[in-house]
Ligand binder design. Structure first.
Ligand code: DX5
Ligand code: ZN
Length: 220
């Protein structure tokens, strides 16, 4: 199975100390998950390009940008300029993402698709081949600190089955309510990229929290 990757979600970090919060965990993780919310696609507002641009001057980590916005493709050029690496867009925001995938590539970004808990995997199945990563949401998007929805586990299995059957090298990411226990369940179902906000940034020792996550995922 694909390599395990840990993606801390900045949403749970101390926004007044972002450089320090990111710097502390950077050597131990594989990418930084950036939740961009517009108050329209989801009922919350987080941060946007200026914050990403500032962070980029402090770290070389891959920026995994989870766009919870209406018309996500409108922001691709700005996102690249700000230092974004991967544009993850919701299938619920765009019915046919073929054009958006091409636009992301033209902008110099990686591309991926996201499905909300009620949306079946079949909604993105035809477009997985256009993606570097697919994200299966395990909470309703908009807020950190929610509980993992066990009912999405079969969807992770469906995604893993499809990716392996087609022989594609597409990462399968899970986001929402990830802690050592739920990460293990998601791993068993076939996920290989684990987003965690609360479990990492709200822990007393975020580095130890990353280690605990990895150990649980590896079945130790
Ligand atoms: C929710 C975001 C998540 C969130 C996860 O809309 O997409 O990335 O930060 O937070 P936790 O890990 O606390 O569930
Ligand atoms: Zn997210």
């Amino acid at each position: 199975m694909d390599q395990v990757k840990i993606a801390p979600s900045l949403l749970a970090a101390d926004f007044a100390n972002l450089a320090e919060e990111v710097g502390r965990i950077a050597p131990y993780v594989d990418m930084l998950h950036l939740d961009i919310m517009d108050g329209h696609f989801v009922p919350n507002i987080s941060f946007g390009m200026p914050v990403i641009e500032s962070l980029r001057t402090h770290t070389d980590l891959l920026f995994d940008c989870h766009l919870m916005t209406t018309n996500p493709d409108v922001y691709f050029d700005e996102l690249k300029q700000a230092g974004g690496d991967l544009a993850m867009i919701h299938i619920e925001a765009i019915t046919d993402p073929t054009g958006a995938a091409a636009k992301a590539r033209r902008a110099g970004l990686g591309f991926g698709l996201v499905v909300n808990p009620p949306t079946p995997f079949t909604a993105i199945e035809p477009f997985v081949e256009l993606s570097d990563m697919v994200l299966i949401m395990s909470v309703h998007p908009g807020f950190g600190g929610q509980s993992f929805m066990l009912e999405v586990l079969p969807k992770i299995e469906a995604a893993r089955k499809w990716v392996d059957k087609e022989g594609m090298t597409v990462d399968i990411q899970i986001d929402g309510g990830i802690n050592p226990e739920t990460a293990r369940l998601a791993r068993d179902a076939g996920a290989n990229v684990f987003v965690a906000g609360t479990a990492i940034f709200r822990a007393d020792d975020p580095v130890a929290a990353v280690t605990r996550l990895r150990q649980s995922i590896d079945g130790m």
